[in-house]
Design a protein around this ligand. Structure first.
Ligand SMILES: *[C@@H]1O[C@H](CO)[C@@H](O)[C@H](O)[C@H]1NC(C)=O
Ligand SMILES: *[C@@H]1O[C@H](CO)[C@@H](O)[C@H](O)[C@H]1NC(C)=O
Ligand SMILES: *[C@@H]1O[C@H](CO)[C@@H](O)[C@H](O)[C@H]1NC(C)=O
Ligand SMILES: *[C@@H]1O[C@H](CO)[C@@H](O)[C@H](O)[C@H]1NC(C)=O
Ligand SMILES: *[C@@H]1O[C@H](CO)[C@@H](O)[C@H](O)[C@H]1NC(C)=O
Length: 361
């Protein structure tokens, strides 16, 4: 999450992608969402590196050493691309073995749609609908959100009808309801701290209290009206994660009340690890290990009372993804890690209806 790779290339992406005929709006799923017999729903996040148009030293003269001009991010670029490529292959293998029917993303989607998405996730098993959320790296260039909203014109897997939206997926008669939010505006420092690489005019202008409340109300309404067996909020930033103190309850608090009210399960990225947290009768799944990972985002493998699992040790965090499946009574969340192979999950969490956890957060 510390490393910055800004999406400046996006404006030229449109020109560099071969246009394919497609409608203006993403193809809408059938009423009531998509239905599948068998298979699992994949969760994947923090994967976009390849195609970053790294600025030259001359272009960074006079600019702060953050964001696009952050030397440590520039130095990490080859590693970031390599990790993205390795994990893309692994993702394909997991989905081939276990049959994925959808992909939900936790954000940080791409720097360059052609090389970082279309030509990256080429496995046959990944030619399924992708429903992305927007991360902090997806908002830094003021063209980039629009590019993500238009990306379905270049690859029909991409389903992002608006900046925040809800969708249903039914697998074997078990219905999953995902409300996808844009969490960056909730992070107050992005709007108030000029030194933040995410401090942008776009956020300042549009992400005011009204727009935050709109998202909270949208989550409330969408969750209240859904008759799904399992309801989720999907967003980039965590409410509770292994990486302490990153989001403040002051920023995210209003959202959490809605999460508790509707017994939602939280799916997020931002921390570049796979981890599972529990507290206040809520499960929090962090799935942000799609490219360069960080052991520090996984609290260097050190467990706190609310941490149930973290795919990290003192120095290393593994790449991977999660798969969702289950019954009306039990939601099953499996983590697949690169070093442990595609065959079996390294960790399996079972979430029950009316769960009661002792830990408060
Ligand atoms: C954002 O877009 C506006 C209007 O198109 C433009 O004036 C401004 O320079 C852009 N800002 C950035 C950071 O690209
Ligand atoms: C918030 O931003 C929206 C969109 O720019 C605008 O319509 C609205 O008036 C703003 N609200 C406040 C309270 O500033
Ligand atoms: C988190 O914040 C608390 C309260 O400000 C502080 O005591 C603690 O040291 C912080 N923890 C980390 C890991 O920064
Ligand atoms: C952490 O895990 C990696 C990968 O298995 C291993 O190479 C490394 O030695 C481990 N580090 C520690 C401190 O256990
Ligand atoms: C979790 O529940 C406890 C006890 O009801 C409450 O005091 C606390 O504020 C809740 N945590 C959050 C983050 O809302």
């Amino acid at each position: 999450m510390q490393l910055s790779f800004l999406a400046t290339a996006l404006a030229i992406v449109l020109a560099s992608v071969e246009a394919r005929p497609a409608g203006h709006r993403p193809p809408h799923p059938p009423h009531g969402g998509r239905h599948h017999q068998g298979g699992k729903i994949a969760i994947f996040g923090d994967y976009g590196w390849k195609g970053w148009n790294i600025p030259t030293a001359a272009q960074c003269v006079g600019l702060p050493a953050v964001g696009n001009c952050d030397p440590s991010a520039i130095a990490s670029y080859p590693q970031g691309v390599a990790a993205q490529e390795t994990t893309a292959k692994f993702f394909g293998q997991v989905c081939q073995k276990h049959t994925c029917n959808e992909v939900i993303t936790t954000g940080e989607n791409y720097n360059h749609f052609k090389v970082g998405f279309i030509e990256m996730y080429t496995a046959k098993s990944l030619q399924i609908p992708w429903s992305p959320s927007i991360g902090n790296h997806d908002i830094v260039a003021n063209t980039s959100v629009q590019m993500e909203l238009d990306a379905h014109k270049y690859d029909r897997r991409w389903y992002m009808p608006s900046r925040w939206y809800a969708h249903d997926v039914t697998v074997n008669d078990v219905k999953y309801h995902f409300t996808v939010l844009d969490s960056s505006p909730f992070i107050s420092s992005y709007r108030t701290n000029p030194a933040s690489p995410y401090y942008s005019q776009e956020l300042i202008n549009t992400m005011n209290a009204t727009m935050l409340q709109e998202q909270i109300d949208f989550l409330d309404k969408s969750s209240a009206e859904s008759d799904a067996d399992w309801k989720f909020v999907v967003m980039h930033h965590p409410i509770l994660s292994t990486s302490k103190n990153y989001t403040s309850s002051k920023d995210m608090g209003g959202l959490f009340q809605i999460v508790e009210k509707h017994k939602l399960t939280v799916i997020n990225g931002h921390d570049h690890v796979l981890s599972h947290q529990q507290g206040n009768n809520t499960d929090f799944f962090t799935v942000g290990a799609g490219s360069l990972t960080a052991a520090s985002d996984g609290n260097n493998g050190v467990y706190e009372p609310y941490i149930k699992y973290v795919a990290a040790n003192a120095t290393y965090a593994d790449n991977g993804l999660a798969l969702l499946s289950g019954t009306k009574e039990e939601l099953v969340v499996e983590y697949y890690e690169y070093l442990k192979g595609a065959k079996t999950p390294s960790y399996t969490a079972i979430v029950k209806q009316n769960r009661q956890y002792n830990i408060t957060i």
